[in-house]
Write a protein that binds this ligand. Structure first.
Ligand code: GZL
Length: 328
């Protein structure tokens, strides 16, 4: 009898070893739907996702949605048909995901969200989100501006009693747009100096340099001598706006104070050239945390529902010294 037990135990051990080997040996396949390549930030995010997938030994199926939600939905449906181990995506806008995520849930494929946020009727439709805290980014923009206006004793260019602000908004419906907008306006409303500020105009530039330039041109056409501050919801739109400001014969960062979000290399160069005043960091380097979290999910480990990456604030005064250490 002892011999039978020993043989059974040995063979059970061999089966467990083989199966755990097979779990470890099985390469994970992850489908990832990226929104597009609209900005320097997005390109940095994509490059980081691809590099991190390689470093984690993941078989990555990467899809670029060319800024269209319907392309993301199609890509996720393809990933389901391909029976990938996990689906990752950046929701270009916050709503419209319930149906496709129900299909993923029915197929028992976990979904992990990156970067932007989403609104769904049932939170179990995705396991977790790795991303950026756009609301806090918006608050940081106003807090920096409020201190800058005070420290530099900025006065309204038109001789009036209001510091006039124009806002270049991001993609309509994106959580980064609503978050940054709400954070900025809440911080303004809560400021003891709130009566000093007036938002003169606010319009989407869709997070692109080209649209940022076009919308800033229109702002300047109607209010050239009234605009004191530009809040651009990403650096690419700020860079486009700088071109419009110069074309209008005004001095960027002097006639018009310019503050934006992301912290990409282009805005650091502009700050070093004295053409922008500050950028609030939004960290695109989320790949390693994303795939580490994906591996935990696929091992059945529990993960936090939402994790934010670290983000700082970079004024022009420190741009030259910080620039060499920037990773994106
Ligand atoms: C923010 C990210 C935004 C960046 C833009 O988390 O989704 O999208 O701020 C990018 O530059 O286009």
């Amino acid at each position: 009898m002892k011999l039978v037990k020993a043989v059974l135990a040995a063979s059970l051990g061999a089966v467990i070893a083989a199966s755990s080997m097979s779990v470890q040996a099985k390469q994970l396949t992850i489908g990832f739907s990226q929104i597009g390549a609209e900005s320097e930030w997005r390109t940095a995010n994509t490059n980081d996702v691809k590099a991190a997938a390689k470093a984690h030994g993941i078989n990555l199926k990467f899809s670029d949605a060319q800024q269209k939600q319907e392309n993301q939905i199609k890509a996720i449906r393809t990933f389901i048909a391909q029976k990938v181990d996990l689906i990752g995506f950046v929701p270009i806008v916050a709503t419209g995901w319930d149906n496709i995520l129900r299909e993923a849930k029915r197929a028992k494929i976990p979904v992990l969200v990156m970067d932007r946020d989403l609104t769904v009727s049932d939170p179990s439709l995705y396991v977790a989100k790795i991303g950026t805290d756009s609301y806090t980014e918006g608050r940081k923009v106003f807090d920096w501006l409020d201190k800058y206006v005070h420290d530099k004793n900025i006065k309204p260019r038109n001789g009036g009693d209001k510091i006039n602000i124009v806002i270049l908004e991001g993609t309509v419906g994106a959580s980064a747009t609503t978050g940054r907008g709400n954070g900025f306006s809440d911080a303004l409303k809560e400021s003891p100096n709130k009566d000093l500020y007036n938002v003169l105009a606010s319009q989407t530039g869709d997070f692109t340099r080209q649209k940022g330039q076009e919308v800033m041109e229109s702002f300047l056409k109607s209010n050239r001598n009234d605009i004191d501050v530009l809040f651009a919801m990403n650096d690419d739109m700020a860079l486009g706006a700088i071109q419009a400001i110069e074309a209008a014969g005004l001095v960027p960062a002097k006639d018009i104070t310019i503050v934006s979000v992301d912290g990409v290399k282009g805005i650091f160069q502009a700050m070093i050239e004295g053409k922008a005043n500050a950028t609030v960091e939004c960290n695109p380097l989320q790949g390693d945390l994303f795939f580490t979290t994906a591996e935990k999910i696929l091992k059945g480990e529990s993960v936090p529902k939402s994790v934010f990456v670290e983000e700082g604030v970079y004024p022009a005064e420190t741009a030259k010294e910080v620039f060499p250490s920037r990773k994106y």
